[in-house]
Design a protein around this ligand. Structure first.
Ligand code: UDP
Length: 403
């Protein structure tokens, strides 16, 4: 069990003292996180690490899941895509399915905690159950230019919350409730991010029959159009014409994402018989993700939209040179030519990968700067501190809390 004091060597004693001091003001209060999946995707990743630490700090934190079937998650996936600006045909039947399942969850879930902390659109309608307690809506996705039909539907619920939280300044919206900007984080001590012995890294490469005889370029992501895995293969093919290299596309599935198999099928077809493209369907295994990131020469994240992109932070924390799309929360993490290379197209991604493969010293410098940036801004301890300040602000609405 990782303890809050275990972070002292990384972030310093004063940071932990400050967190303890703030947490003491929330002692005994019940905070209930609610989302739609326990595994897969960034929200589950963060809650898995954060909830035990909040408890150790004396805050009575819990985590509940809403339930829904295939129909419901097909609708919420359409919402997700539409909020990210993808064209989706959404009709009244979709809204009806959403409301029907929401009503079932409203009936079943106990939401009597002092603070109910709802993540993303799937459970948003639970707020209909709000009593005298405090409710937060935490939006993890890039809603800088949302589909208006879906956004207006969500807005009827959002306005009932006490406050909303977004990941990046560009996502904030005109709302009659208070908004906070709090970016996500990674846990440097988790299996996903801790240092690994070389034998473990080699063992994972052996397991997947990957030989380190040529540079490895890797994207770790759910198989989702918005992660553009087909674009990654195209960029790799363009690089491969000039530099012999190999590509790892590794991803698992999330129980609230029904589109994964279709995307995976298209990826497999595009990869064809190229033996240097490794498509890995990962079991939920943080050590394997960690090892693959560490074994890579370059990490790519060619997302079309991205709320934050934990995979970018994970790679930078491992001091890896990263090539990533200049979208959403990625731009918070990578300053172009300082802590990685940003790209705007497949050709741009290919160009950046070639540049890094040709200039290992430059690549190393970008990785080192990236690690420092993550250390200063995107570790779990900063996130916990800002959440506790957010909780406290709910009880002092008249104060301006500068997060
Ligand atoms: N992830 C994983 N296994 C996979 C694919 C992704 O553990 O097969 C993790 C990844 O390391 C990261 C999270 O899931 O911690 C994905 O978060 P991100 O913000 O990058 O994207 P999201 O899936 O939330 O859109």
């Amino acid at each position: 069990m990782i303890k809050i004091d275990d972070y002292i060597p990384i972030v310093g004693q004063s940071t932990i003292d400050e967190i303890r001091m703030l947490a003491a003001k929330m002692a005994g209060r019940r905070v209930q996180h609610i989302n739609s999946t326990a595994v897969g995707g960034g929200v589950a990743e963060i809650l898995n690490r954060m909830v035990p630490l909040l408890n150790e700090l004396g805050i009575n934190a819990g985590w509940d899941l809403i339930k829904g079937g295939q129909d419901f998650y097909s609708v919420t996936k359409k919402f997700h895509n539409a909020l990210h600006g993808r064209p989706e045909a959404i009709d009244q039947r979709d809204f009806d399915i959403f409301m029907e399942v929401s009503r079932q969850n409203i009936a079943k879930l106990d939401t009597s905690s002092d603070i109910v902390f709802v993540h993303d659109p799937q459970p948003i309608a639970l707020v209909e159950k709000k009593k005298e307690n405090k409710w937060l809506w935490r939006c993890h996705i890039d809603v800088s230019s949302p589909n208006q039909k879906v956004w207006k539907f969500l807005l009827d619920f959002i306005v009932k919350y006490d406050s909303a939280v977004f990941s990046a300044p560009g996502f904030s919206q005109k709302l009659p409730i208070r908004q906070f900007l709090i970016s996500p984080s990674i846990d440097p001590l988790s299996d996903k991010n801790k240092d690994l012995p070389q034998e473990v890294i080699d063992g994972v490469l052996n397991k997947y029959e990957i030989v380190r005889d040529k540079p490895i370029i890797t994207q770790i992501s759910r198989f989702d159009y918005l992660k553009d895995p087909l674009g990654v293969i195209e960029a790799y093919s363009q690089v491969k014409r000039y530099i012999d290299c190999q590509l790892i596309l590794a991803g698992g599935t999330a129980s609230d994402d029904p589109e994964g198999q279709k995307v995976l099928d298209e990826v497999l077809e595009k990869a064809g018989s190229d033996k240097d493209i490794h498509i890995l369907l990962l079991p939920q295994n943080d050590i394997e993700v960690n090892a693959l990131q560490r074994a890579s020469d370059i990490i790519i994240q060619k997302s079309i939209k991205e709320g934050f992109g934990l995979t970018v932070a994970e790679a930078l924390w491992k001091a890896k040179p990263v090539v990533a799309s200049s979208v959403g929360g990625i731009s918070l993490q990578i300053r172009h030519k300082y802590s990685g290379l940003l790209c705007h197209s497949i050709e741009g991604a290919a160009f950046a990968i070639k540049q890094l493969l040709h200039s290992p010293d430059y690549a190393k410098k970008l990785g080192a700067n990236g690690r420092e940036h993550i250390k200063n801004n995107f570790l779990l301890t900063r996130h916990i501190k800002e959440y506790i300040l957010l909780f406290l602000s709910l009880y002092h609405p008249e104060d301006v809390v500068n997060l």
